[in-house]
Ligand binder design. Structure first.
Ligand code: BGC
Length: 756
């Protein structure tokens, strides 16, 4: 039977490959021989039928993923990858991009005995060709439409380039700004993180797998990777069950509920067990309790790295531990393709584990339609048209300006009148690549990125913008200062662009010192002494510390890494074409010594007061206030908002009831603007102590000058629930504080209610 199938399939493909065609009809022949056509049968039946034809080697091949030479981790050079693809020993490739390259690789895969198409994956973290703001910046928009648009456009461009799968969203909660990967997530808060996780999955997967403009999402890094001790990337995680379940796992669950097709596990160990070999995480929680039907890919080499962890002694044991724990696909460690067959022969791994993993992977290939047409994502004309779509740039500009956070604007210096003589000074003023930030898909040419200089010059007119660099980002020399000071003296107002290089935050980019790098703050001081009004723009991938600037400079704008349209988005905000509306998704520390710092901490039995004062025997520091430089949820606007008229439909609720909350929000300033109103609760007494404040809802509301709206929130049992000591999700009766604010520290309305 096998050889008949093989012969018939081969003759079919030969005939069609001469014409350069691999069509839907061609591959469904495989199913025809099993009497299972695509039209009449479910994906599960089609997978079963294919599985019956597969040898153990071919099944193990599906579990194997290699990178192209463009690597995002240490590649093992050994072996002939192309030959292995031809032999059906590779199920997926990462880092192959573009229609031509994916098509070429797919053609090789289709020379294998069963012609199972490859899956192509890539880290499309914040855009493919059109680069959007880094995820942390987008999180600052608190704008789910904007975030969905960004993910959607990324998916459209990625899918048009022959790629089926993005390794995003990263949903790791992060409370330590020293960790370089904070740039890749949604910040410190679980509620906001869940909303963003859902939104990104929706954006990437669009109308669902099978649409040629959708890519599979890969939710990562499962789990608790963001809590690496000391903020050091890849470090161990030591965590209570309550924190794991309540703070770190919910965004994964939210992404799963939104239909995420795949998960990636993580490099860290969790309480001594590497995540990749962690059955509790992958089998008990993800595939068990949560019923995840997709597949789990290991993080890069993480199966083999269990040897360095000291969890297994060699690759043989690593493969056994990973497959047993539920890691379905091996990214670049080769442990599976070298050892799984022997493990089966030795009776250490049951074939059913391999069948299950292979079935999960093949299911996604069927759902993507790759068995109907393996080239359906690889169409040159579509790629060219999609990549050139100018609408994508318009959207990127809009998302970028929504991601900007106004931190300070004393004396109303902003928005600027374009008629002013402006000097743009600083190491990032003319930078393009640093606007993109870490994790952009590398292109040979970044000339289409709008630098701050180009964005501002486009607004004030060519030749009207003065410029000096002052220093480099990591400089120790002040030779450029005098020129910068001279230029500043000629201007009415100075805009300084300072911050991080594109590779100072990101994977493996943990920093112990998160002050503005180099002598940039010295440059700010030098310009400040000219007496000219100064606006500082901070471009960075994480919260930075710049205390002198925060205290002295009258206007500060946090511009993160905003992507392709960075300069235009900055100009929009600086000149008031867009009124800034971003709010910080992470607490900004005043000193590294406060880290980890986050707004939803537990009160302790000896709380220090919030105003920074400290008495002996209190939980604080004798040499540092415990309050942050900028709190979670903080961000200013050119207008002002009045919160008043708080009403609760009742001050009591039973667990099956709801309380309706309403208040009036008025734009009392002279500009139209958006306000992110934030709802926090505190459960006053509980069987497991509760944080001083927890975000439980928010809305972003647009109001014209003078306009007001009634804002509504609903309180239900779900919002009041937490994990008790037995890890049961419960809402305990008692009194709750309700707080509505413009940030976690700027509470405008308060009340209490009782859950009976
Ligand atoms: C990262 C992942 C990424 C993978 C593939 C790893 O080093 O941790 O987030 O998806 O490489 O590039």
């Amino acid at each position: 039977m096998k050889s008949t199938v093989n012969q018939l399939m081969c003759s079919y493909y030969k005939a069609n490959s001469k014409k350069g065609l691999y069509t839907a009809v061609g591959l469904s022949l495989l199913l025809f021989f099993n009497n299972l056509s695509a039209q009449n049968h479910t994906v599960a039946q089609r997978v079963d039928s294919l599985m019956k034809l597969m040898t153990l080697d071919e099944k193990i091949g599906q579990l194997n993923q290699y990178s192209s030479s463009w690597a995002t981790g240490p590649v093992s050079p050994e072996g002939n990858k192309l030959q292995e693809i031809r032999e059906g020993k590779v199920g997926s490739l990462l880092n192959v991009k573009g229609v031509d390259k994916t098509r070429a690789m797919q053609e090789i895969a289709l020379q294998s005995r069963l012609r199972i198409p490859l899956l192509f994956g890539l880290d499309v973290i914040h855009g493919y060709k059109t680069i959007f703001p880094i995820p942390l910046a987008e999180a600052a928009s608190w704008d789910m439409n904007a975030i969905e648009t960004s993910a959607r456009i990324a998916a459209v461009e990625t899918a048009a380039s022959g790629i089926h799968w993005t390794f995003a969203p990263m949903v790791d909660i992060a409370r330590d700004a020293r960790w370089g990967r904070v740039m890749e997530g949604a910040g410190e808060d679980t509620y906001l993180g869940c909303a963003i996780a859902r939104t990104r999955v929706k954006g990437f997967q669009g109308k669902g797998l099978g649409a040629t403009d959708a890519v599979m999402a890969c939710v990562k890094h499962f789990a608790a990777y963001g809590a690496a001790i000391g903020g050091r990337d890849y470090n161990s995680v030591d965590m209570s069950d309550c924190s794991l379940w309540e703070v770190y796992l919910p965004p994964f669950k939210a992404a799963l509920d939104a239909g995420a097709a795949t998960f990636m596990n993580s490099f860290n160990d969790l309480n001594g067990i590497p995540a990749t070999g962690n059955s509790y995480l992958q089998r008990d929680i993800l595939k068990g309790k949560w019923g995840f039907q997709g597949f789990v890919v290991s993080d890069w080499g993480s199966i083999g790295e269990m040897i360095q962890h000291g969890y297994v002694k060699d690759q043989y044991e690593a493969a056994q531990a990973a497959i047993s724990a539920g890691s379905d696909m091996d990214m670049e460690s080769r442990c599976y393709n070298r050892n799984l067959k022997q493990l089966v022969r030795d009776g250490k791994v049951s074939v059913s584990l391999i069948n299950d993993a292979a079935r999960r992977i093949l299911t996604k290939k069927f759902e993507l339609g790759l068995f109907d047409d393996p080239f359906r994502f690889s169409i040159s004309e579509r790629e060219i048209q999609t990549i050139a779509d100018t609408e994508h740039r318009i959207q990127a500009r809009d998302v970028a300006r929504k991601s900007i956070v106004l931190l300070k604007n004393e004396n109303g210096l902003l928005p600027l009148a374009p008629s002013k003589k402006i000097a743009l000074i600083g190491p990032l003023a003319k930078s393009k690549v640093d606007m993109l930030g870490f994790w952009n898909v590398e292109w040979p040419d970044n000339s289409d990125v709008i630098s701050p200089f180009e964005g501002l010059e486009a607004r004030v007119g060519k030749g009207n913008l003065l410029y000096a660099k002052g220093c480099d980002i990591t400089d120790t020399s002040k030779v450029g200062f005098s020129e910068a000071v001279n230029v500043a003296r000629k201007a009415d107002v100075v805009i300084l662009t300072v911050g991080e290089k594109r590779d100072m935050s990101g994977e493996a980019k943990s920093r112990s010192n998160i002050h503005l790098p180099g002598i940039q703050e010295e440059l700010i001081k030098a310009i400040y002494t000219t007496g000219k009004p100064v606006i500082v723009l901070v471009n960075a991938g994480r919260p930075l510390i710049f205390n002198w600037t925060a205290e002295h400079v009258s206007s500060i704008v946090y511009t993160w890494w905003l992507g392709s349209e960075a300069g235009n988005a900055m100009a929009d905000v600086l000149f008031g074409d867009y009124n800034p509306s971003g709010k910080l998704p992470m607490t900004f520390p005043a000193s590294e010594g406060q880290i980890p710092i986050y707004y939803n901490y537990l009160n302790t039995g000896r709380p220090a007061s919030d105003d920074g004062s400290f008495a002996n025997y209190q939980s604080g520091y004798i040499d540092l206030a415990k309050s942050p430089r900028y709190p979670f949820g903080f961000g200013l606007s050119y207008t002002s908002f009045l919160y008043d008229g708080l009403k609760l439909s009742s001050e009591h609720m039973k667990s099956n009831e709801k309380i309706e909350v309403s208040f009036s929000l008025t734009n009392t300033g002279k500009y139209a603007g958006d306000e992110v109103v934030q709802l926090y609760f505190r459960d006053q007494v509980a069987s497991v102590v509760r944080p001083v404040k927890e975000l439980k809802d928010f809305q972003k509301i647009h109001l014209d000058s003078g306009e007001h709206k009634t804002v509504h929130f609903t309180i239900d049992k779900e919002k009041l629930s937490f994990y008790n000591r037995k890890l049961e999700w419960v809402a305990e009766p008692g009194q709750f504080d309700l707080m509505i604010g413009a940030s976690s520290a700027d509470i405008r309305l308060k009340s209490t209610f009782v859950l009976e």
